[in-house]
Design a protein around this ligand. Structure first.
Ligand code: SF4
Length: 153
């Protein structure tokens, strides 16, 4: 039933030239249906990239851990172990700085203090991470509006 609905959405998109914002925790479905993916943590976009690029080479540590934890229906594909430790903090009282810092294996002191900006990377994706996408090494961009056209899937 789920596959039929997803395929119906894809058919509608092709026939009518419309866009969808599709929200899901099921990465297998996201990979199947999306052209572009915005990964969010505690209400903020932490990485936005074309679907194929995101699944092939996630940059943000949270994206990396999510993809590593997803089931792979292909026994020949090797899964990387990228565990996330700790509990999800309360969205009404998020941690200071980068909200992912209490659970991030790459966290440095700056992560506890400063919210990382979304930074445009050389391959066109945007990432919010002081370590993986430091604003000093790339052209810093203004915060990306989380509007429907930007999050088109
Ligand atoms: S900004 Fe720091 S805590 Fe946040 S994802 Fe990057 S390395 Fe981890």
């Amino acid at each position: 039933m789920q596959a039929q609905i997803l395929n119906l959405l894809l058919d509608l998109q092709e026939q009518m030239g419309i866009a969808f914002v599709f929200i899901s925790h099921d990465l297998g479905v996201v990979e199947h249906i999306a052209h572009r993916v915005a990964v969010m943590y505690l209400g903020r976009i932490v990485e936005l990239a074309p679907c194929e690029a995101l699944f092939a080479k996630p940059v943000h540590p949270y994206t990396e851990a999510l993809i590593a934890a997803a089931p792979i229906p292909d026994p020949t594909r090797v899964r990387l172990e990228v565990p996330i430790e700790g509990e999800v903090p309360s969205p009404i009282d998020p941690p200071s700085g980068c909200a992912f810092h209490p659970r991030c294996p790459l966290a440095v002191q700056r992560c506890r203090i400063e919210v990382p900006p979304l930074v445009l990377m050389a391959d066109g994706r945007v990432v919010a991470c002081h370590v993986r996408a430091p604003a000093t090494e790339f052209a810093a961009q203004p915060p990306v509006a989380a509007d429907a056209s930007f999050m088109r899937t």
